[in-house]
Design a protein around this ligand. Structure first.
Ligand SMILES: [Zn+2]
Length: 235
């Protein structure tokens, strides 16, 4: 039959270990939240870039259209000028200029068509970035809300468990309670573990026959190696 002192410690430990787990979970929340916000930030920047790119391409298209227009005006001016040229070498020179102006217009129009394609591509990229922004925004918002409500639930449960822990601690003798609390505060393992085939459930090391025997007699013992409390569940 398990001693009441061991039972009382185990009842206390169940609450305390749960509190420790909850606190660990609570501590990881800000990092998870920050990761979500960072994920959204990447998408937000992508949208901003897509907007800028579309503006840039639109501006280039406008400039190109103006360049085409200027080249056409230049051609018209050359044509008019060509009618009043009398000397053959001047006429030849102006014909060459007219040829160059026509080529210039043609190049500028080709570039305008390319820029139309670029505008389409920029608009598609922007639409995609907008969809991604909205979708990620929704997901991130939902996940942040989930984390916030998880945090709330954890804080509430910790408060409840701490009340229970304080209550159950009253049943434990100080000679056990003080070392138990030190072991618990170490943050590792369970302060009260089991001894099975002489091995400690906390550190896995073998204990001396004397310690094994005491545990077998139903005593609460300290592990020879890690000094955590141990009990024999078969005692
Ligand atoms: Zn041990």
């Amino acid at each position: 039959m398990m001693k009441q002192a061991i039972k009382d410690l185990l009842i206390l430990q169940a609450e305390d270990l749960r509190i420790r787990d909850l606190k660990n979970r609570l501590m990881s929340i800000p990092k998870e939240r920050a990761a979500l916000v960072a994920e959204f930030e990447v998408v937000r920047k992508g949208l901003e870039k897509a907007k800028q790119n579309k503006l840039k391409v639109e501006q280039a298209a406008k400039q190109q259209a103006a360049a085409t227009q200027a080249a056409q005006e230049n051609l018209r001016a050359l044509m008019i000028k060509s009618t009043s040229v009398k000397k053959i070498n001047e006429y030849n020179a102006i014909l060459a200029e007219i040829e160059a102006a026509k080529k210039n217009i043609s190049n500028s129009e080709t570039r305008e068509i390319e820029l139309m394609d670029e505008q389409d591509a920029a608009a598609q990229l922007l639409a995609k970035a907008e969809r991604s922004y909205k979708a990620t925004g929704r997901t991130v918002q939902a996940e942040v809300r989930e984390l916030d409500s998880l945090k709330e639930a954890i804080v509430k449960e910790i408060a409840e468990k701490e009340k229970l822990s304080a209550e159950y601690a009253k049943n434990v003798q100080p000679k056990f309670l003080d070392p138990y609390r030190r072991m618990l505060a170490s943050g590792k393992g369970s302060p009260v573990g089991t001894i099975r085939n002489g091995s400690c459930s906390n550190c896995n090391m073998k204990n001396s026959p004397q310690t094994v025997m005491e545990a077998r007699n139903g005593e609460l013992v300290n592990c020879d190696n890690c000094s955590f409390f141990l009990y024999d569940p078969e005692a």
